[in-house]
Ligand binder design. Structure first.
Ligand code: AMP
Length: 404
């Protein structure tokens, strides 16, 4: 079965085509700057040269049509016809309380995703555009949605509620949801396989640290806490997001600086984090280089980022009354040996014994970066959210066909 995985943003659309007989990627790519005359289609077919086209793509329906066109292109294509795609799986950021697992799309699911626009105004409407664009181009194809929030629906109420008036939860569903769930679920399973232990017997802290960053306490395979909340702003310090701050800063800064709500929102989401403290960049690579070259602000940004992450890991060890392994994933987690080293060295009290050579080894493989006798293991596990979406979609189609 061939499955097309789509991650639609407001002006971009990433895709990967999987052959589920061996889970191989037949082609992947993205369309950027949708809505502009100079939109960019980048395309990487397996075993063939990459393609990059600049052309007018004004909306998502055209973007999907261009993707299908190139997938069946005489020279660059990997399929003879679009009918060789049997299903489409979409990433959807917010599933609210309605979805604790992936589902096939029907009218009720679409209504529910729309109802959740309020909770994820930047993401869910864009995902809906992607879903509709597929419907317009491939009217009969089954589509599934995989939610970033679903994995965290196992959090107990004492972890997901905010200590604010209950009416806000009851009326408006203001609570903690968590994000990056697909990634946290994937790396937890891979960590158990790597350690050769059943997931049911493990207490893990998974750290998905990329442009956005969150960590999760995963006990017996279930998320029991995670650092992001109602929105992906809560928790860890990130590239441009503040993470946790005193909420009183919002009205205080608004009155002192004469800021509007939109401005303060933009400040916390787009002009904070590593970027604000370093005054240089939101990219951990640049921060690390500048820090090594003696830049004091970059060093401060790095230290704050590490300190805040380390405190979360410590608090999750307390939340689970123990910890077997820490898992690093996503751009920073997979690539920044300096960040991992700083975190692990400062967690020796928990029983983390860093293996410096293993940590610094350049590899894209799953690996341990602690010594074999370390009571708590630290692992680097490359994430693969697209594969989870393809697998869930595949499973939903198989189950549906089985029921029919
Ligand atoms: P992601 O959102 O998972 O794609 O992660 C993107 C982030 O990973 C970038 O903004 C970088 O800060 C970070 N990153 C990628 N490569 C490296 C590296 N070699 N060292 C440090 N950070 C890196």
């Amino acid at each position: 079965m061939n499955i097309l995985v789509i991650n639609a943003g407001s002006s971009s659309l990433k895709f990967q085509l999987y052959d589920m007989t061996d889970e191989s990627v037949l082609a992947k790519g993205k369309v950027e700057r949708i809505g502009m005359e100079s939109a960019i289609l980048s395309y990487e077919p397996a075993g063939k040269p990459e393609v990059r086209e600049v052309r007018e793509i004004l909306e998502h329906t055209t973007a999907i049509r261009k993707v299908l066109d190139i997938l069946v292109h005489k020279e660059f294509g990997v399929l003879k016809s679009a009918s060789e795609i049997q299903a489409v799986g979409h990433r959807v950021v917010h599933g609210g309380e309605s979805f604790s697992s992936s589902v096939l799309i029907g009218d009720e699911v679409k209504r529910e995703i729309r109802r959740l626009f309020d909770l994820a105004p930047l993401h869910n409407p864009a995902h809906m555009l992607g879903i509709q664009a597929v419907e317009a181009n491939m009217p009969d194809i089954p589509q599934a949605v995989v939610f970033d929030t679903a994995f965290h629906q196992t959090m107990p109420p004492f972890a997901y509620l905010y200590p604010i008036p209950m009416v806000l939860y009851k009326k408006h569903k203001i609570r903690r949801y968590g994000f990056h769930g697909t990634s946290h679920a994937y790396v937890s399973e891979r960590a158990a396989a790597f350690l050769g232990k059943p997931l049911k017997e493990l207490k893990l802290v998974t750290c998905h640290i990329g442009n956005g960053a969150s960590c999760a306490a995963v006990m017996e395979g279930r998320s029991v806490d995670t650092s992001m909340g109602l929105t992906p702003l809560e928790g860890l310090m990130m590239g441009t997001r503040s993470g946790d701050i005193d909420p009183a800063i919002v009205p205080f800064a608004m009155s002192k600086e004469d800021l509007t709500l939109a401005e303060v929102n933009s400040m916390l989401n787009k002009h904070s984090g590593l970027l604000a403290i370093s005054g240089l960049s939101s990219d951990m690579r640049e921060i690390t280089e500048a820090r090594e070259a003696g830049d004091r602000n970059a060093a401060l940004a790095f230290d704050m980022y590490e300190y805040r992450l380390r405190k979360f890991i410590g608090s999750y060890a307390a939340a689970m009354n123990g910890i077997d392994a820490i898992v690093f994933t996503a751009g920073v987690g997979e690539n920044s040996a300096a960040l991992r080293a700083a975190v692990c060295r400062n967690l020796s009290f928990l029983g983390v014994k860093l293996d410096d050579a293993a940590n610094e080894a350049r590899s894209s493989e799953e690996r341990a970066i602690t010594t074999p006798d370390s009571p708590v293991a630290s692992l680097v596990i490359p994430t693969n959210e697209e594969l989870v979406i393809a697998r869930d979609t595949h499973q939903l189609i198989l189950n549906r066909d089985h029921v029919v």
